[in-house]
Design a protein around this ligand. Structure first.
Ligand SMILES: *[C@@H]1O[C@H](CO)[C@@H](O)[C@H](O)[C@H]1NC(C)=O
Ligand SMILES: *[C@@H]1O[C@H](CO)[C@@H](O)[C@H](O)[C@H]1NC(C)=O
Length: 234
């Protein structure tokens, strides 16, 4: 079911590029590592993502030197694609980040485009299951949540009562809050098409695209835990 595993050679470069923010992480994401499951009880398993959904995600990048964004996220696993439609605060021109499962991403707005090639594909719906460590229950954004981390790369909060994602934080301080979550909602095909001006220029590899990489961190969350962990040993 999963896309074939891709080489993660570029991941260390990505993490290095974002590494200057890593020090602040402990503050941004305080896992209260409670042994909340209780002695002997099996740790809860993360609820897999639905194969298709639309979420509105409030994104706070101020901890990592950025601003606030409202993102329309369309996840479409059967069609091998993911869209972040990014509305930055006080900016009229949204940015499209169209991610394909073959590793190619198109970042464009009404006037410019960048094509970036990532060493990893799309997250499979069960991306969190492999290598996630359960940290217990936490009250976050007003919801009673289960909390998992994957090798201190991402902290993921899921509502206990419904299994819906509520929030996730990345190691570099980026915080994303799920404002709405519509299972099965898809975006029509024409909205995924990158404009003609995406196909004139060069394709950058991820290490060269530091700024763009921010909204694509989620791509890497599906990498095997060992590969992510190894990149921290650099
Ligand atoms: C954004 O994150 C910073 C750092 O954690 C926090 O101080 C601030 O209150 C947040 N802003 C919003 C609007 O959530
Ligand atoms: C990946 O798929 C997209 C969408 O079909 C396509 O535009 C792009 O050229 C493909 N990339 C590669 C490297 O084949």
């Amino acid at each position: 079911m999963s896309p074939p595993p891709s080489p993660l050679m570029l991941l260390p470069l990505l993490l290095l590029a974002a590494g200057s923010f890593a020090a602040g992480n402990a503050k941004a994401t305080p896992p209260s590592a409670a042994a909340a499951a209780g002695a002997g009880a099996p740790a809860p398993v993360p609820t897999p993502w639905p194969e298709q959904f639309h979420a509105v995600v409030f994104t706070n990048l101020t901890e990592s030197g950025g601003r606030l964004q409202l993102i329309d996220l369309y996840y479409d696993w059967p069609k091998g694609r993911n869209l972040n439609l990014i509305h930055s605060q006080l900016s009229g021109d949204p940015t499209y980040d169209v991610e394909w499962t073959n590793g190619t991403s198109y970042y464009f707005d009404s006037g410019s485009c960048r094509t970036v090639r990532f060493p990893v594909g799309l997250l499979p719906p069960d991306w969190l299951a492999d290598g996630a460590v359960y940290l217990g229950r936490e009250h976050v954004d007003g919801f009673d949540c289960h909390l998992w981390t994957k090798v201190d790369f991402i902290w993921y909060y899921e509502e206990v009562a419904t299994g819906r994602p509520v929030r996730w934080n990345f190691f570099n301080g980026m915080q994303q809050h799920v404002m709405s979550f519509e299972v099965g909602r898809v975006l029509e095909d024409s909205k995924w098409q990158a404009p003609a001006y995406c196909f004139n220029g060069d394709t950058a590899n991820v290490a060269a695209g530091g700024v763009d990489v921010m909204n694509s961190l989620m791509r890497f969350a599906g990498a095997p835990a060992a590969a992510i962990a190894a990149s921290f040993d650099q």
